[in-house]
Design a protein around this ligand. Structure first.
Ligand SMILES: Nc1ncnc2c1ncn2[C@@H]1O[C@H](COP(=O)(O)OP(=O)(O)OP(=O)(O)O)[C@@H](O)[C@H]1O
Ligand SMILES: [Mg+2]
Length: 338
């Protein structure tokens, strides 16, 4: 089900965010609005500027231009208040290898000036929640990648932030650990926390994010729900299968589609993958009294979207939505009968 459009109060509001290193433009005027209690995923190829965005919004580095408000506070003028409202789990684990899991969490509690008893309580609770209790007294150096990622996120949660940045939270995790991390992330949002995550895993964005933005060459080239993004690129179609050639031919004539396979008795009807198109096809079959044996809706997946939207050299004056040519080029690579 598509997420509702962002109408509630926003946790993160960004306009015109820009950043260059030397003459390399990394962010070229980024606008974002992320409602409270939602998961936002920033996608983009290596070097697109995802970590840079996270670093700017978490007050670690300054932007060259643009404004941002987080939890109602101005990023620059109220940086202290912003810092108090956010938690950041960086791309590279902040865990201290020489300390045990427990000691890492205590350290975090000390840095946050939590009273000692409160710090101990939070640490014990987080160790339990992340299933790290057995490893509590072991040095982090002996942890697997997945345990380290979990401890890293647990450290971010010591301070009960309202907005959490997760820079590639599941990179290098096995499928089971990834799922555990997803469950943890979903649990956080259920508590009303807002999550800003970056990822290379399109399935991750598809599974978790209410809204997704794709960053490429300094600009957001697309923004929307996973379903909206998939509909942005061509390739959606409805496929009907019939029991005999007569029904197939009647349907092909009725829908004016030449994309049929006489052997498999299937007919493809292009569409946007949305419900109105599906309804029109069903109504058409009914009206023409044609029996179809099976109907499947095919939409491009986020991989198609990613490959289509990113890494293409931009032609001068090209608008971000004139994607047809690139999409067609990429589609030849894919099996469009999926
Ligand atoms: N401190 C820095 N000095 C100079 N260039 C930098 C610096 N930090 C980042 N860059 C450049 O900015 C660009 C964006 O980097 P960034 O780390 O934000 O990308 P990313 O989207 O997080 O990539 P990845 O998926 O590999 O993590 C890259 O070209 C990088 O080389
Ligand atoms: Mg990065």
């Amino acid at each position: 089900m598509p997420a509702p459009p962002p109408t509630g109060s926003s946790a993160i509001d960004v306009t015109g965010l820009s950043k260059s290193y030397g003459d390399k433009v990394v962010l070229d005027g980024i606008d974002l609005r992320i409602p409270e209690g939602t998961i936002f995923a920033l996608l983009g190829p290596n070097g697109a500027g995802k970590t840079t965005t996270v670093q700017i919004l978490s007050t670690l580095i300054p932007a060259d231009a643009g404004q941002a408000r987080l939890a109602g506070h101005d990023l620059v003028r109220e940086a202290e208040a912003v810092r108090a409202a956010i938690g950041v789990t960086g791309q590279f684990a902040a865990v201290d290898n020489l300390l045990t899991a427990e000691e890492n969490l205590f350290l975090m509690a000390d840095l946050l000036h939590l009273p000692r008893r409160e710090g101990r309580r939070r640490a014990a609770e987080l160790l339990r929640r992340f299933e790290l209790t057995d490893a509590a007294k072991k040095p982090a150096a002996t942890f697997s990648g997945g345990m380290r990622r979990k401890l890293d996120l647990a450290m971010t949660l010591v301070g009960t932030p309202r907005i959490i940045f997760l820079d590639e939270p599941t990179t290098g995790l096995d499928p089971r650990s990834r799922r555990t991390m997803w469950e943890i992330i979903r649990g956080l949002v259920a508590d009303g926390v807002t999550l800003f995550l970056t990822t290379q895993y399109l399935e991750e964005a598809d599974q978790l994010a209410d809204r997704i933005a794709v960053l490429d060459q300094g600009k957001l080239v697309a923004e929307g729900t996973a379903e909206e993004l998939k509909r942005l690129i061509p390739g959606s179609h409805i496929r009907l299968r019939f029991t005999d050639a007569h029904a197939l031919e009647s349907a092909a004539a009725f829908f004016g589609s030449t994309a049929y396979d006489a052997e498999a008795l299937t007919l493809q009807i292009p569409g946007d993958g949305g419900i109105p198109g599906l309804r029109a096809v069903l109504d058409g079959l009914e009206r023409a009294s044609i029996e179809a044996e099976a109907l499947t809706v095919h939409t491009p997946d986020l991989d198609d979207v990613f490959l289509t939207l990113t890494g293409q050299p931009k032609r001068p004056g090209e608008s971000p939505n004139s994607l047809e040519d690139n999409a067609q080029m990429d589609k030849t690579r894919k099996d469009n009968t999926r």
